[in-house]
Design a protein around this ligand. Structure first.
Ligand code: AP5
Ligand code: MG
Length: 211
């Protein structure tokens, strides 16, 4: 199963990808996570993308598509994959078509006030990348990941200004992908405002009934 998770920042793409990865034993490819890892490791790629990401702008298409192509060529992606945060522009979607096919695109929908609430309370595990929320999905022990006891931190782009910009960039550059994939007959709209377990159940119904 080759799956894309599409949706605005804070819609719950990462949260659901973590659950689907366990449920269906598929690799989770998040371009945002790949870029954050490159920044952490201070690689050339990391140095290039740091200021772009902190401001909430998009990394250039060619660089991003080449990174995903390389990942999808790995043997572990042969059985399928979950793309989270890619593609994010029409040129990226066109590039993806040249190196992979897609079975389903889940488009998460959520009101903007809820996005702001989610992103301003988000905490992420530095070791395994699991997402928490101070109010909605608090960890059992404050500041520590339930799964690996890693330290929880606030992302550098979860500031008021960067969030506003990410939403604007989403509207201009990413939302047109809904139409793009609608025309290909691949879109399934999913309201991601209910609790995580409820959203997961809806996703499982869609994915299990896939023909
Ligand atoms: P990326 O890391 O992809 O960020 P994003 O798209 O802005 O999305 P988020 O990760 O913020 O949100 P999410 O939907 O994953 O929500 P989450 O599950 O964490 O990209 C970051 C940057 O990298 C970009 O701005 C860009 O610079 C660059 N980049 C990445 N991909 C790129 C590309 N393809 N091209 C160019 N540049 C690219 O949930 C959010 C919060 O809500 C969490 O606290 C979570 O615990 C909580 N939550 C989740 N679900 C629920 C629920 N059902 N109920 C209550 N709370 C919930
Ligand atoms: Mg994410």
């Amino acid at each position: 199963m080759n799956l894309i998770l599409l949706g605005p920042p804070g819609a719950g793409k990462g949260t659901m990808a973590f659950k689907l990865k366990e449920e269906y034993k598929l690799p989770h490819i998040s371009t945002g996570d790949l870029f954050r890892e490159a920044i952490k490791q201070q690689t050339d790629l990391g140095k290039k993308v740091k200021s772009i990401m902190d401001a909430g702008n998009l990394v250039p298409d060619e660089l991003t598509s080449a990174l995903v192509k390389e990942k999808l060529e790995q043997p572990e992606c042969r059985r399928g994959f979950i793309l989270d945060g890619f593609p994010r522009t029409i040129p990226q979607a066109e590039a993806l078509k040249t190196f992979s096919s897609i079975d389903k695109v889940i488009n998460f929908t959520i009101p903007e006030e809820e996005i702001i609430r989610r992103l301003s309370g988000r905490r992420v595990c530095r070791s395994c990348g699991e997402s928490y929320h101070t109010e909605f999905i608090p960890p059992a022990k404050k500041g520590l990941c339930d799964k690996c006891s890693g330290e929880l931190y606030t992302r550098d782009d979860d500031t008021v200004d960067a969030i506003k910009n990410r939403l604007a960039v989403y509207r201009t550059s990413t939302a047109p992908l809904i139409d793009f994939y609608q025309k290909e007959g691949l879109i399934e709209n999913v309201d991601s405002s209910p609790a995580p377990e409820e959203v997961l159940n809806i996703l499982k119904k869609i994915l299990d009934s896939r023909n």
